[in-house]
Design a protein around this ligand. Structure first.
Ligand SMILES: Cc1cc2nc3c(=O)[nH]c(=O)nc-3n(C[C@H](O)[C@H](O)[C@H](O)COP(=O)(O)OP(=O)(O)OC[C@H]3O[C@@H](n4cnc5c(N)ncnc54)[C@H](O)[C@@H]3O)c2cc1C
Length: 363
């Protein structure tokens, strides 16, 4: 075992022995997400580097403290990428944080989420055991697929030391189209287009200066992208400019996301793609994932109404960015799912030293 991993194991064993809660931390770019941080910081950034990369196999294995930007640059050199476009939310994001947060970017509804690309992982559990799950190929799953459950676990199951990820070639062609339309028309168009063989990759609707605009990103073979542009119409945007805008959307840097000077929190609703316009008061939402992900700016105390509306639309609501309050960040899961999650947490981390209270404030 190398010294960086060994130090982490020793730290965990010591924390277990004297029941000290630990707060696992990579670059800290997702500190705002989830319930408040608790415990002594356990820094993962010494776990550095790409340990194996086989471009012809479309698999990369990387240590968890490696900056996300470094991984993406190494993939780009070989014409490959992480297709789920993980949000960075700052320059220091790490690969481990990306998996633990389980957040995926604009292309998620078309290509899948971070969890769909996790092939294997090495985890240090709450007893200080170093465990390996999965492998480096897609078809390796025998028994329970633990490496994927790590996506979205927010560090509650253990310290992710290394992950193997499936990667894909960068698409040969890309185009972004803009359509002036209302929210209701955007949802109707997205559902109509979703049922056709179009190379849809990402979509985004929001209001700018009082007028609604829908942006559609197409990715795929040159002929497919060109044919779709001709067929769909709309205004074709300059690719370099559009790429900067999609990146700003991914990292919530578009002016729409600015809540700094208002009383509002940022709510994330994950709903059925076919859900209609939702009756949430105030500003119009920003809609992604062909209707499946809807961002709202609304006061935190609207929680119960917003959650009711999200449930009725087949989904759930997360208080994504907000000042400290006693309103739970994550929606309550069903009782059986909660039981499974809690049982998993206690199995991996019996003394509950990792990221306590990060998913359930009452822990
Ligand atoms: C130990 C543990 C404890 C946890 N505790 C909690 C908790 O208390 N509360 C909590 O909220 N989460 C908790 N989680 C995370 C939880 O299990 C899920 O990962 C999370 O709720 C999924 O939400 P998401 O929207 O981020 O995931 P996503 O996979 O991004 O979204 C799932 C939802 O998106 C929609 N969807 C799925 N596929 C598509 C698609 N192709 N296009 C459009 N929409 C789609 C569906 O409506 C689905 O409900 C816990 C996880 C672990 C491992």
């Amino acid at each position: 075992m190398d010294s960086a991993l060994n130090q982490i194991v020793e730290r965990i064993r010591a924390a277990t022995a004297d029941a000290t809660p630990l707060c696992i931390r990579g670059g800290g770019t997702k500190d705002f997400y989830g319930e408040a941080l608790q415990g002594d910081t356990l820094d993962t950034t010494a776990l550095q580097g790409i340990t194996s990369y086989e471009p012809s196999e479309l698999v990369v294995t990387v240590r968890a403290g490696t900056p996300l930007a470094e991984l993406e640059a190494a993939l780009a050199e070989k014409g490959q990428c992480l297709p789920f476009e993980p949000p960075h939310f700052g320059s220091d994001g790490t690969v481990g944080g990306m998996v633990a947060a389980g957040l995926s970017g604009p292309a998620r509804a078309s290509v899948g989420a971070v969890r769909d690309y996790v092939l294997g992982a090495t985890l240090v559990n709450g007893r200080g055991d170093v465990l390996s799950f999965g492998g480096q190929v897609m078809k390796n799953v025998a028994g329970y697929d633990v490496s994927r459950v790590l996506a979205g676990s927010l560090g509650t199951l253990g310290v992710i030391a290394e992950v193997s990820l499936k990667v894909l070639p960068v698409a040969p062609a890309e185009a972004t189209l803009e359509f002036a339309c209302s929210q209701a028309d955007a949802l109707r168009l997205l559902n109509e287009w979703g049922g056709r063989p179009l190379p849809l990759n990402a979509s985004c609707w929001f209001e700018y200066a009082g007028a609604g605009a829908l942006y559609l990103r197409l990715r795929g073979a040159v002929a497919a992208v060109e044919a779709a542009c001709t067929h769909l119409g709309g205004e074709r945007k300059d690719n370099a400019r559009a790429a900067a805008d999609w990146q700003a959307l991914r990292d919530q840097q578009l002016p729409w996301f600015d809540t700094a000077n208002g009383p509002d929190a940022l709510w994330r609703l994950s709903v059925s793609q076919t859900a209609p316009v939702l009756a949430i008061d105030g500003n119009a939402p920003l809609i992604e994932w062909h209707g499946g992900q809807r961002w709202y700016k609304a006061p935190p105390d609207q929680a119960s109404r917003i959650r009711e509306i999200a449930h009725a639309a087949g989904g759930h609501a997360t208080l994504f960015r907000a000042p400290a309050s006693n309103i739970p960040r994550f929606d309550a899961l069903s009782a059986p799912v909660t039981r499974i999650h809690r049982a998993l947490m206690h199995e991996f981390d019996p003394h509950r030293i990792f990221n306590r209270g990060r998913l359930f404030a009452d822990e």
